[in-house]
Design a protein around this ligand. Structure first.
Ligand code: FAD
Length: 370
């Protein structure tokens, strides 16, 4: 990189949001740089799931989810006590189960192949948002300069703090998350292929997903029931599922997530700072109902890159950057919002009325209103 050169856009973080932003910016002809703190892809057995929109976007970026993991069509809905189960067959409900880390690495590789310069093994130490450019001092001792900075460094987002924009994790979502993982299980039951969605709504909505990829099984719980910690609620669920033969009998590794970003983008004061925008988890772009973050990360990255392309042509760059707030709200707010229905009241119908089962499955995987 020639010293003194100014990038059109510097993107902090090479996760799904950063890669999508980089690819879109490069496609718009912008000179784009991604700074990623890890020198090499992280090992990741964790089986995450992708919905139809994420699957489609990955395919458009040249990332084949079926090759990285597996794909499915339809969804199994289960009641919290696991006594009721209904399979929703719907060609629109396509998805994938894949290691989130492998997916991130594949997307970053595609961004690089698409013309984005990637600096690996460096994080941002200082950020100066000046009148004519932004300067980022990196941990490798270099300084990079860009017209605009896209902040895509995940939920904790140290760069959002440097930019004096609050990180999404500081905003209370009202939900808590926990994860149960099985690696290389040998005995006992395994869930079927695809995705199981388990719903409970007695003291607050609880949503658990069960995904299986190769030798790994993952249960993710997102709960709005505050009667006990998320980890305790997940352990209780795992005990019942194991007794029902739905999960491997071995002990799982259960951890509470550091925070839960469900819907926090909708609550944040602003995603726009001087010469910078917040995207992906850094901006709280995670859906309220399903806790899906990969598609909102990709889409917020694309919208931000489009905003930057327009801003670089506009008479006043900062005025155009401010339009990001309206743009993402018109494109993504409906997808991120909780369906405006009390699921607790509908619960008895979810397992007995095929139309209702389908509506819940579509709300979950397609972000549709009920
Ligand atoms: C427990 C849990 C389970 C989840 N399961 C799913 C799921 O199954 N499906 C789904 O769609 N979503 C899921 N999500 C959400 C999803 O993982 C995230 O929303 C998505 O990864 C966000 O992408 P991102 O690019 O914004 O951030 P990240 O994926 O966090 O990427 C941020 C990148 O920035 C880098 N970075 C961090 N700090 C710096 C720095 N200072 N300088 C340079 N680089 C930096 C990191 O190394 C990383 O590569 C889950 C989230 C949690 C917490």
């Amino acid at each position: 990189m020639a010293s003194g050169s100014v990038w059109d856009v510097v993107i902090v973080g090479g996760g799904p949001a950063g890669s999508a932003a980089g690819l879109t910016a490069a496609q718009r002809g912008l000179r784009s740089l991604i700074v990623e703190r890890h020198a090499t892809p992280q090992p990741g057995p964790c089986a995450g799931w992708l919905g139809p929109a994420a699957l489609e976007h990955c395919a458009a970026y040249g990332v084949d989810v079926a090759r990285l993991g597996s794909t499915f069509t339809g969804l199994r809905l289960r009641s919290w006590d696991l006594k009721q189960c209904v399979e929703v067959h719907d060609a629109k409900l396509k998805g994938g189960v894949v290691s989130a880390e492998r997916l991130s690495a594949a997307l970053l590789k595609q961004a690089e192949a698409g013309g984005v310069r990637v600096v690996r093994g460096a994080s941002v130490q200082r950020l100066q948002l000046g009148e004519s450019a932004a300067a980022l001092e990196l941990s490798n001792g270099t300084t990079v300069t860009g017209q605009v900075v896209l902040i895509a460094d995940g939920a904790a987002s140290p760069t959002a703090e440097l930019a004096h924009l609050g990180a999404a994790r500081r905003v209370a979502s009202g939900a808590a998350c926990a994860l149960a993982l099985w690696d290389r299980f040998e005995t006992g039951a395994t869930p079927g292929k695809g995705l199981d969605l388990v719903l409970g709504a007695i003291q607050g909505l609880k949503v658990a997903t069960i995904a299986c990829a190769g030798e790994h099984v993952r249960v993710e719980l997102m709960t709005r029931d505050h009667s006990s910690p998320a980890k305790t609620q997940l352990q209780a669920f795992v005990d019942v599922a194991q007794a029902n033969g739905l999960l491997p009998r071995q002990e799982a590794t259960i951890t509470a997530a550091a925070g839960c970003l469900a819907g926090t983008a909708l609550e944040m004061e602003s995603h726009v700072g001087k010469r910078c925008l917040l995207i992906g988890d850094a901006g709280g772009f995670v859906t309220s109902f399903s806790h899906e973050g990969i598609y909102p990360a990709l889409r917020s990255g694309e919208l931000a890159a489009e905003t930057v392309a327009a801003a670089l042509r506009a008479p006043v760059l900062q005025d155009e950057l401010a339009s990001f707030s309206t743009l993402w709200r018109s494109e993504l707010a409906g997808y991120l919002r909780m369906p405006n229905t009390d699921l607790g009241l509908l619960m008895p119908m979810v397992f007995n009325n095929p139309q209702m089962s389908r509506r819940v499955a579509r709300a979950f995987l397609l972000g549709q209103a009920f």
